[in-house]
Design a binder for this molecule. Structure first.
Ligand SMILES: *[C@@H]1O[C@H](CO)[C@@H](O)[C@H](O)[C@H]1NC(C)=O
Ligand SMILES: *[C@@H]1O[C@H](CO)[C@@H](O)[C@H](O)[C@H]1NC(C)=O
Length: 449
């Protein structure tokens, strides 16, 4: 009898132990592998196949997605901040917050400020702060704030310049980063590749001719030029804004390290003002864009099966993978080891990118879970990594100009989406030339390498 009772106790005790051990192992594994990304990725894990857009050459060359591309240490400023923020968003550590995250953007934004205050107040971080170069110090001091007021914007609920009718579905919004003094760039763009309204693209094949009719919108993204006095600075720009209705300006200094704010605030504005715009082309004001090629490409995408589903993830650019931060202290991209350690996630280099309106809204949501990063393109890559999404590389986006000698070929500009670094004067000349050679170059395909 006694032996039997002892066996029963032993059995129940050992099964309890096994249960506890299993639970412990489970918790360890979950916490360890997912500590930062659990709640963010859970929603998207179910979908494992990635949409491959036409024109993407080597789909096998996709880089593996990096869940945590940054090093999880508390040595560097940004890494420490992000680690702190991730703890707030961790569903295991902060279960009571988890349900609210999806809906409550203010709550998420308050974590950004909170972790920023918390980390910058640490003695170890104060010492590191002093070692940062001046521009990074400036960045760090302000990186907790991202709710800058709008100074100028297109008329209420109007998604940039273009037609006003509510029932139109614009194919693409051209969102161009510029600065106050670059009026010439804006004007050249308005007159050439950046025309808004109804745009008609003429196409032909060996057997037929047809036209693509789409609606295009345009908006310029600006901060404030701090060299000018507050009062008179806005007079000219305000006039420009009234005339073209394509100026979107916020109240922050328009410096290189503040460019990330333009993306974050643009997503915010877009989510509120551009309900039915299908695509965004985001570019700089010193690029030449073959808009007919972009329009043809995007219209073709909409003809593929299940566009709504595919476009949820859609971003195309000139993709840079597994890059290390620039450690040369005389470069404008310099990021010191005291600020960031680890590699950058895959990101699209400067010049221009194409992505869907649906994705812009998702980026808007996720951006509150990533601390601002001084290099804007890298920040967008970080948000994409957080959404567990791959960027699609397209060889027709030339961030680093044509390969030597190729530009001279008469149809070179007909084979691209865009090329970086062209002056306003060049933009106007190139646009004229491109229009003239349409007949001669109609059958040139997009670049493939
Ligand atoms: C960004 O803009 C804010 C607000 O105008 C300014 O205080 C800050 O110095 C700017 N940051 C950088 C790195 O230039
Ligand atoms: C930049 O780096 C060089 C060599 O690494 C160093 O000698 C120099 O002091 C640095 N300059 C600044 C401003 O930190």
């Amino acid at each position: 009898m006694a032996r039997c009772r002892w066996r029963q106790t032993f059995l129940s005790l050992s099964s309890l132990c096994i249960c506890m051990a299993l639970l412990f192992i489970y918790i360890c594994i979950t916490v360890h592998s997912n500590i930062n990304m659990a709640f963010i990725t859970a929603k998207y894990l179910a979908k494992s196949t990635h949409f491959v857009a036409s024109g993407n050459y080597k789909p096998t060359e996709y880089s593996p997605l990096w869940k945590n591309f940054w090093k999880e240490n508390e040595e560097a400023f940004w890494n420490h901040l992000q680690l702190d923020l991730d703890r707030h968003f961790n569903p295991i550590l902060n279960a009571h917050h988890a349900q609210q995250f999806d809906s409550d953007k203010d709550l998420k934004d308050s974590f950004l400020k909170h972790t920023h205050l918390e980390v910058t107040a640490l003695d170890s971080m104060k010492k590191k702060f002093e070692q940062l170069p001046q521009n990074l110090q400036d960045f760090v001091s302000h990186m907790g704030q991202r709710d800058f007021p709008v100074l100028l914007q297109p008329p209420y609920s109007k998604c940039g310049a273009g037609e006003d009718e509510a029932n139109l579905t614009p194919l693409v919004l051209l969102a161009i980063k510029t600065s106050e003094q670059n009026f010439k760039n804006r004007q050249a763009i308005r007159e050439t590749w950046g025309q808004a309204g109804l745009v008609i693209v003429h196409r032909r094949s060996n057997t037929r001719k047809w036209e693509i009719r789409v609606h295009v919108r345009r908006v310029f993204l600006l901060g404030k030029d701090n060299k000018q006095k507050l009062d008179n600075q806005n007079a000219e720009l305000a006039m420009e804004s009234r005339r073209y209705q394509d100026i979107l300006q916020w109240d922050f200094d328009d410096t290189f390290f503040n460019l990330t704010l333009k993306d974050v605030l643009f997503w915010n504005w877009f989510s509120a003002s551009c309900t039915n715009t299908r695509f965004i082309f985001k570019g700089d004001d010193d690029i030449f864009v073959n808009t007919p090629n972009v329009i043809t490409y995007l219209s073709d995408l909409l003809l593929e099966p299940h566009p709504e589903h595919n476009l949820n993830d859609f971003m195309v650019g000139s993709v840079i993978k597994r890059a290390f931060p620039n450690r040369l202290n005389d470069s404008k991209y310099f990021v010191s080891e005291t600020f960031f350690t680890g590699r950058y996630p895959a990101y699209a280099g400067g010049g221009g990118i194409l992505y869907s309106g649906q994705l812009a809204k998702r980026l808007h949501g996720i951006s509150s879970t990533v601390h601002l990063f001084p290099i804007d393109d890298v920040f967008v890559g970080m948000c994409m990594a957080r959404l567990n999404l791959n960027l699609i590389h397209h060889p027709a986006i030339l961030t680093f100009d044509f390969p030597k000698g190729e530009e001279k070929k008469p149809c070179a500009y007909h084979t691209i989406f865009l090329v970086h670094k062209r002056s306003p004067k060049q933009i106007i000349e190139l646009w004229g030339k491109m229009t003239k050679t349409l007949g001669q170059c109609w059958n040139k395909p997009l670049r493939k390498w």
